[in-house]
Design a protein around this ligand. Structure first.
Ligand code: ADP
Ligand code: MN
Ligand code: MN
Ligand code: MN
Length: 351
């Protein structure tokens, strides 16, 4: 009997305004050391994903990036795909293609990026029963304070999933940078991005890694009957929202002689694009960017050293050393890293 490799094809659907992950499995005859082009193009029913009409429903999946699949033992893969129309042109929902073009236009600036992905665990079978993991049914835990980077039962919920997810990211070869429990109980963060090491950390590669990491999180939590919310404001009231702070640097901002000048220039360019960025930084951003809970109000643009109430924060180490990176604190947890990356490259690298 021939051995099979399971290839989990994953792609972004046409849900609006927030695209969601979809996946289906392809069994391929085993091949040693597979290159990307050993994964065939495949099709799917675009009329079931808001990407096509029923009478001409085929869309194409074009493999773009792959990793080992850590959720399956053996030689199995996760294959992240771009969605094409039946005539092989790029589908309008294919934001990765936009980022590829932006990367070409800004080549030579050597951008590095790092995403801080916040999210919240929910339990409950029925939609109407969904409530943050560990919270009293229909009630609330004690006020925020002890939970951020908390330790111990009653302070953190779901660490078994978090730990399994970290290991899975590592096994898949993703640039997982770190993990922490967040301010709201049952809320967590993982970071994917530049690790100070000599490895690809560009916006396209890191965005691919982030989408695979999101896939793995959904997939692992699913085993435990837990769902993952990337909502900007998962619970109304005096509870922190969830963001996707995005850290960014270029050859110029990392330059020892004139890094801070380049960072200040970048901030000026970001300020000029504020409204456009806000529109592209995720659904329901206005519920999170209220000026409270470590955010800057959505209608305001400001920057500051070490300031977690600013739109753009200059980390204290960057300020002290005179070079490094900046943190855009505006993107929401449900933002698309392809879109955020494209916006940052356009504003900062093309001016
Ligand atoms: P915070 O203090 O805001 O919580 P974290 O420790 O959670 O920061 O995350 C730091 C992020 O900064 C990581 O995603 C990392 O990849 C990113 N990062 C670090 N250095 C750089 C750099 N030079 N350029 C771009 N991103 C960077
Ligand atoms: Mn962080
Ligand atoms: Mn955080
Ligand atoms: Mn941050």
């Amino acid at each position: 009997m021939k051995k099979l490799n399971y290839a989990e094809y994953i792609w972004l659907d046409g849900a609006s305004p927030t695209q969601e992950l979809r996946s289906k499995t392809r069994m391929l005859y085993h091949k040693e050391g597979r290159p990307l082009d050993s994964f065939p193009e495949w099709s799917f029913d675009g009329s079931s994903t808001w990407q096509a009409l029923g009478r001409s429903s085929d869309c194409l999946l074009k493999p773009a990036f792959f990793t080992k699949d850590p959720t399956r033992e053996g030689e199995n893969y996760i294959v992240l795909c771009e969605v094409l129309n039946a005539d092989s042109t790029s589908h309008p929902t294919n934001r990765r293609a936009d980022l590829r073009r932006m990367m070409e236009q800004t080549a030579g600036q050597d951008p590095y990026i790092g995403f801080e992905q916040e999210y919240t665990f929910f339990t409950g079978e029925l939609e109407s029963e969904k409530w943050p993991m560990g919270w009293p049914k229909g009630g609330y835990p004690s006020p925020q304070g002890p939970f951020y980077c908390g330790i111990g039962a009653g302070r953190v919920y779901g660490r078994h999933i978090v730990e399994e997810h970290s290991k899975a990211c590592e096994a898949a070869g993703l640039n997982i940078y770190g993990v922490n429990a967040e301010v709201m109980p049952s809320q967590w963060e993982f970071q994917i991005g530049y690790r100070g090491e000599d490895e690809p950390s560009d916006p396209l590669t890191m965005s691919d890694h982030l989408w695979v990491a999101r896939y793995l999180l959904h997939r692992i939590a699913e085993k435990y009957g837990v769902s993952v919310s990337f909502s900007n404001k998962p619970v109304r009231g005096d509870w922190n929202g969830a963001g996707m702070h995005t850290n960014f640097s270029t050859k110029s901002t990392r330059d020892k002689a004139r890094g801070l000048d380049a960072i200040n220039e970048a901030i000026k360019n970001l300020g000029a694009h504020h409204l456009e960025h806000i529109k592209n930084y995720g659904e329901g951003l206005e519920d999170r960017l209220t000026g409270l809970h470590e955010t800057c109000h959505i209608s305001e643009f400001k920057s500051g050293v070490s300031n977690r109430g600013a739109s753009i924060r200059i980390p204290v180490a960057t300020h002290q050393q005179g070079h490094g990176y900046l943190e855009d604190r505006r993107p929401g947890a449900n933002a698309d890293p392809y879109v955020v990356s494209s916006q940052l490259l356009e504003a900062i690298c093309l001016g």
